[in-house]
Design a protein around this ligand. Structure first.
Ligand SMILES: [Zn+2]
Length: 270
C-alpha cells in the first residue's frame, strides 16, 4: 500500500500586482491578474519530510522589483516541526531563481533534479538571453557543485520517488520542469509547481509568458489536466494568488496573510 502524505504550501513572497501583458502571451496591459504568490512546498509522512523547491533567497527577492519578501521558507518548516538541518531530500522541480535559493540551509540533504534541466542550465540554451533570464548563474554554479559533492541525483523521465510520490517530466516552462503526483488522504494530488502558474493556464489554455518550449508547455497543460481527470481541485499551480483562499490555512504571517497552507486537504472554496 502506498504511503499517505501531507502537502504544505509555504507562501514566502508576494508580488501584489502584475498586468496580464507581463504574465500571459498576448495578455492585455489593462487586465490585472491579481499578482503572483511565491511558494516552497514540503511533503510529510510519519517522520519523513521531503522539501520541494527551496524558494528564493531573501536578498534575491529584495532586489527583484515589485516583490515583497514575507518570511524565510525555513521558518515555516520549523513551525511544521521540520528542522532544515536534518532534511534528507530536496526535490528541485526546476532551477528558476525563485525555486533554488538558500540551498545551504539544507546541509545534510541530497538534491534531486531532472537531467534535461541540468543540461539546459549548463549548456548552449543559456547563451540565449531570453532563456537565461529566469536563472541566476551563482545558483546554477551551486547546483553544479552539488554534483561534485555527490549530493545531486538526476531524475530522468517519469518514475517513483518514494512510496506515494511519483514524478513526471512535463518540460515546457523549463526544459526539465517536473510535476509530482502525491498520494494524500483524499487520493492523488498533482503538485504542478510551475508547469502551471495559474489554473487559468489549464482552464483556458492561456500561455504563461516565461517558457523554454511553447508547444511542450501547452501540451503540458493538457497532460496535467488528464492526470487529474479534469478535477482542477487536485492540481496545484505554482504561483496562483487563488491558492491561498482555496485551501485551509495552517499558519499566518504577522500581517495575517497565509504563510502555510494545507494543500493535501480538499479545497474549502472554489
Ligand atoms: Zn516560480
Amino acid at each position: 500500500m502506498s504511503d499517505i502524505w501531507k502537502i504544505y504550501g509555504i507562501r514566502y513572497t508576494v508580488q501584489p500586482t502584475r498586468p496580464a501583458s507581463k504574465t500571459f502571451i498576448w495578455g492585455d496591459p489593462e487586465e490585472e491578474t491579481g499578482g503572483l504568490d511565491y511558494y516552497s512546498w514540503v511533503l510529510t509522512s510519519n517522520d519523513r519530510a521531503i522539501v520541494v523547491d527551496t524558494g528564493a533567497g531573501e536578498r534575491k527577492v529584495k532586489s527583484a522589483p515589485g516583490r515583497n519578501w514575507l518570511a524565510p521558507p525555513t521558518d515555516a518548516l520549523k513551525q511544521l516541526g521540520v528542522d532544515p538541518a536534518h532534511v534528507e531530500d530536496v526535490i528541485l522541480s526546476h532551477a528558476h531563481w525563485d525555486h533554488v535559493g538558500d540551498l545551504g540551509a539544507f546541509p545534510k540533504a541530497r538534491f534531486y533534479m531532472n537531467d534535461l534541466e541540468m543540461e539546459s542550465i549548463t549548456g548552449p540554451d543559456m547563451t540565449y538571453h531570453l532563456l537565461r533570464e529566469p536563472y541566476h548563474g551563482d545558483e546554477t554554479a551551486q547546483i553544479a557543485g552539488l554534483v561534485y559533492e555527490d549530493r545531486l541525483t538526476f531524475l530522468s523521465g517519469d518514475g517513483t520517488f518514494a512510496p506515494g510520490i511519483d514524478y513526471t517530466l512535463i518540460g515546457g516552462h523549463s526544459a526539465g520542469q517536473l510535476a509530482l503526483t502525491v498520494n494524500t488522504e483524499r487520493g492523488p494530488v498533482v503538485l504542478a509547481t510551475d508547469a502551471i502558474h495559474f489554473w487559468q493556464e489549464v482552464e483556458q489554455e492561456r500561455a504563461f509568458i516565461v517558457f523554454h518550449d511553447l508547444r511542450k508547455m501547452l501540451a503540458g497543460y493538457r497532460k496535467l489536466n488528464r492526470m487529474v481527470g479534469g478535477d482542477l481541485g487536485r492540481l496545484l499551480p505554482g504561483h496562483d494568488p487563488l491558492v491561498k483562499s482555496r485551501y485551509p490555512v495552517v499558519a499566518t504571517h504577522a500581517d495575517g496573510s497565509p504563510f502555510i497552507l494545507d494543500l493535501g486537504a480538499a479545497p474549502i472554496s472554489w
